[in-house]
Design a protein around this ligand. Structure first.
Ligand code: HAM
Length: 417
């Protein structure tokens, strides 16, 4: 009977049948990070609320509407982390990592929390894989970072992926551009959606994201920051582009690309996948040269990204993958404790030899055990005889033979090779 309790809205259980696909994604990312010198970091699942208010930005949807914030028993305001970059910058400063050789490269994965309206690919607890390189303003760091996510998507075989690239310029250039954009929006206030209108002075960039018809019309003629890039910003962006081209990473320039976090400067990017619905972004990120300073540290340039594991799995169509079929099922007389002990010991021996082995734990009859072995897709069944002898049945051919000489591992390996 189903229990009256359910996983909270927007959350889900990761069941054994889908954890194999997850493990594959994580293993691919781990390999790529390790080879590129990105060291693992794990920060707490919750932080002081102020870290996100200052880091992510008070005008963002994340901080305004989506944080799981509560007061702890000591009266502190705590927030379940909605993203990983601000916490990693906090850790970088807290542990004095500006004294290390720069940049410091970090890799992470884990759960994140946003109180969003749940839909396919959008959850209230989701998982990200991410990478941050803190302490370099070189375009090489941008290209390296983007290249890692491109490599991960290629290695996993994610179909229909496209990379969109933009640049927001330096903080000063961005400020000047935002003033220009605000003036432009104020001039057509009457045609904008209420939401956009209310936030012209707080977060005008979000107007590019609106699906309101009037707003879209206005935005078609809006100035874009990419057109306004000058001097070092323009050079930096040109170099990032040249490096991506040299590395054979395909991209398109999206002059209206915006991201939902306030800390970005210069390069921003987004990998989208046409197999996903409305939530088409698999992963994205960019440069955040002002964030560490914003959190009270010295000026420190940085770049990074995060990708959603659930979106990767959706794009791969691997949500419901079945577990690995055990190579060997060990059947035994359920009424004999001694046979049970032997079966368990044999399974241990096979597993130590690297074989997947399963023992009947449900007290099934001999016939029931064969049926079950068939259902779970076992290649071979070990049959424990009353006399202690072992027989091996090939489930495909149905042939059953005694194991000569008693070396079960050698016999199984011979048959499976
Ligand atoms: P973000 O774009 O907010 O960036 O999230 C990164 C990825 O997390 C998204 O592309 C998406 O795949 C996944 N994601 C976000 N929200 C949800 C959700 N509600 N449900 C499922 N998946 C979701 C960041 O978080 C930045 N910290 C990335 C970054 C790192 N920028 C620089 N360094």
């Amino acid at each position: 009977m189903a229990s009256k309790y359910q996983a909270p809205r927007g959350t889900f259980d990761v069941l054994p049948e889908s954890s194999r696909a997850r493990a594959r994604v994580e293993a691919a990312a781990s390999g790529i990070f390790a080879r590129a010198g990105y060291g693992r970091i794990a920060t707490p699942a919750f932080e002081d609320t102020e870290l996100f208010e200052r880091g992510v930005g008070r005008s963002t949807d994340i901080v305004r509407k989506e944080m799981f914030t509560f007061e702890d028993k000591g009266g502190r305001s705590i927030t379940l982390r909605p993203e990983g970059t601000a916490p990693i910058c906090r850790a970088y400063l807290e542990h004095g990592m500006q004294k290390l050789a720069q940049p410091v490269r970090f890799a992470y994965s884990g759960p994140f929390f946003r109180h969003e309206r749940p839909q396919a690919g959008r959850y209230r607890q989701f998982h990200q894989i991410g990478a941050e390189a803190i302490g370099s303003d070189s375009p090489l760091a941008d290209a390296e970072s983007i290249g890692l996510l491109a490599e991960l998507l290629t290695e996993l075989g994610v179909p229909g992926v496209e990379l969109r690239l933009g640049s927001l310029g330096s903080l000063e250039a961005r400020r000047a551009y935002l003033d220009e954009l605000k003036a432009y929006l104020h001039a057509s206030e009457g045609e904008l959606s209420e939401d956009v209108r209310e936030r012209i002075d707080v977060n005008p960039l979000r107007a590019f994201d609106s699906d309101h018809e009037g707003t879209r019309g206005v935005m078609e003629g809006a100035p874009t920051i990419v057109e306004r890039l000058e001097g070092d910003d323009a050079e930096h962006f040109a170099e990032v582009r040249a490096l991506l081209e040299a590395a054979g990473v395909e991209y398109s320039i999206d002059p209206t690309l915006v991201r939902g976090l306030d800390y970005y400067t210069r390069t921003i990017f987004s990998f989208v996948c046409d197999r996903l619905g409305a939530q088409s972004e698999i992963g994205g990120g960019g440069r955040y040269d002002g964030l560490i300073e914003q959190l009270g540290g010295p000026p420190t340039p940085a770049v990074g990204w995060a990708a959603g594991i659930e979106r990767l799995l959706l794009a791969l169509g691997e949500e419901g993958e079945t577990p690995a079929a055990p190579a060997v099922f060990i059947s035994h007389d359920a009424s004999s404790p001694e046979a049970g002990r032997t079966a368990l010991a044999l399974a241990g021996e096979l597993r130590r030899a690297g074989l997947a082995a399963e023992v009947d734990l449900a007290g099934r009859s001999a016939k029931g055990q064969f049926k079950h072995a068939n259902r779970i897709g076992a290649d071979l069944v070990v049959v424990l005889g009353d006399d202690g002898g072992l027989q091996l049945r090939d489930m495909e051919s149905g042939e059953q033979e005694p194991v000569e000489g008693g070396d079960l591992v050698a016999e199984i390996e011979r048959r499976r090779s």
